[in-house]
Design a protein around this ligand. Structure first.
Ligand code: IFM
Length: 480
């Protein structure tokens, strides 16, 4: 809050100096320009154009046209006082078939975007893969195949060489759990396959791809790249303290969290995960040396959090809900955990039906930082969808979103006070966008987008967040 700001503050919780106040987006969700300048289809173009896969047949063909409006969007970020912006590079825009040389026009777009950000004093934080696999690589087998991890390493080298002089912080993958288990397990995400063994193979090849990409980024600009990935870690709670429910929680922790944390931070795949999935696979696709490649130290860890995951054992007579919060499917995204049921956490819910539970974020941050002391953390996504309405005067008031973010920032502040080394927070999302299988129905933005005119209008949450960023402190929400 500035010295001249007349609004009252009842509580001020200061964040550490240099804390990053960011917002996040992803290429397919915002860019549009799906067939411009050499871009070819990704698996999400194919999936969204397949009838019945996405709400009302929505696609990312135009999205919010960020590809053409990026300059105005960066100006808007500067007006909101953001100190960082997390975006993703579209693989099919810079290397359309997933092989061969880069398309310069594609790289130039990201060069221009990054230069605009730097000129505005906003740190660019780049994600290499936010779910838009070039369709040709999926046709050749996709993430269940080792070759895709190798291709990803080569793509990282191209992008690292082109942009590594301008970008320091990199995230290789966004939420590989969703890619593997929603994309190849339950099929609610592209490419829509429903094969539990393919999902497990995909998880390993994503881990390997992360390791290869991290190496490539580091060698493109030695000593400069600070590399991580963004995991949607599940904050898992057993429904009761019974041994059966705790066993259900253990299984979900194995295939939801430790399938990534194990090889990336703990030296290998956990024995209990291998045992849980032994009837599906012997994991022979993990080759000698893979865990060394995957396990090279991270410079920081990106954590995405929205809501906790409440689980129990399936007891006789229980109707097992098919939607665990990730979208309804008759195919489970949890291989090796067929006997687990999912429950709603109590309390208020967002428009996604997800419980609002900031304590879950506190628990996650303190647990990760206790287990991995010295590893800086960034919250690379947190936020909420609500049914925002445009008022008669054109403004959008979203007090529920302010309350959600306020509660979660208070949890982050508490975790920092208790020793977690959290370096920044990225609101999901900068602006309303294509919410995957939900199309444009769910709005996560701090900035409203009118999908007819594509006009951007900062919601009251954006104005409040700007005050938080300016003060580097959790200022209380003041409406108006
Ligand atoms: O929109 C997504 C984002 O792409 C990945 N993390 C969760 C967000 C909300 O569902």
């Amino acid at each position: 809050m500035t010295a001249t700001d007349p609004r009252p503050l009842t509580t001020v919780r200061q964040f550490p100096p240099g804390f990053l106040w960011g917002a996040a987006t992803a290429a397919y969700q915002i860019e549009g320009a799906a067939a411009e300048d050499g871009r070819t289809p990704s698996i999400w173009d194919t999936f969204s154009h397949t009838p019945g896969k996405v709400f009302q047949g929505h696609t990312g063909d135009v999205a919010v046209d960020h590809y053409h409006r990026y300059r105005d969007d960066v100006r808007m970020m500067a007006d909101l006082g953001l100190s960082a912006y997390r975006f993703s590079v579209s693989w099919p825009r810079v290397q359309p078939t997933g092989r061969g040389p880069a398309v310069q026009k594609g790289l130039d777009f990201y060069r221009r975007l990054v230069d605009e950000l730097l000129a505005a004093g906003i740190e660019p934080v780049a994600t290499l893969y936010h779910w838009d696999l070039p369709q040709e690589l999926e046709t050749a087998g996709g993430w269940p195949e080792r070759a895709t991890a190798e291709r990803f390493g080569a793509y990282a080298e191209l992008v690292g060489e082109a942009l590594g002089d301008r970008i320091t912080r990199w995230s290789t993958l966004n939420e590989p759990w969703c890619t593997a288990f929603l994309g190849y397990g339950s099929g609610v995400h592209a490419p829509g396959r429903t094969d539990p063994v393919a999902a497990l193979r995909a998880a390993h090849h994503l881990n390997l791809g992360h390791g290869l990409a991290a190496q490539a980024l580091r060698s493109a600009h030695p000593g400069r790249a600070e590399v991580s990935l963004s995991l949607n870690l599940h904050e898992i709670r057993p429904l009761t303290a019974s041994a059966e429910d705790r066993e259900a929680a253990r299984r979900i922790d194995a295939v939801g969290n430790r399938v990534f944390l194990g090889p990336i931070l703990d030296g290998g795949y956990p024995a209990d995960l291998l045992a849980d999935t032994a009837s599906l696979t012997d994991w022979a696709f993990v080759r000698d040396g893979d865990t060394t490649t995957i396990g090279r130290p991270l410079d920081w860890l990106g954590i995405n959090y929205y809501t906790p995951t409440v689980v129990s054992a399936v007891t006789s007579g229980m109707a097992k809900p098919q939607d665990d919060g990730h979208g309804a499917s008759e195919h489970s995204p949890w291989p090796g955990a067929d006997d687990v049921a999912f429950h709603q956490a109590p309390g208020d819910r967002t428009a996604m039906g997800w419980a609002v539970d900031p304590d879950g974020l506190y628990a996650l941050l303190t647990r990760v930082s206790t287990r991995h002391p010295g590893l800086p953390l960034l919250i690379t996504e947190n936020g909420a969808a609500y049914e925002d309405e445009v008022g008669a005067d054109g403004s959008v008031h979203d007090p529920d979103r302010i309350a959600y973010v306020h509660g979660h920032l208070a949890a982050v502040h508490r975790a920092i006070a208790d020793g977690a080394d959290v370096r920044g927070y990225f609101l999901w999302s900068l602006m309303d966008n294509f919410e995957w299988a939900y199309g444009y129905e769910k709005r996560f933005g701090a900035v409203h987008v009118d999908y007819a005119s594509l006009a951007r209008t900062p919601k009251s949450s954006a104005h409040w967040y700007a005050r938080v960023a300016d003060a580097n402190a959790l200022v209380d929400p003041v409406e108006g």
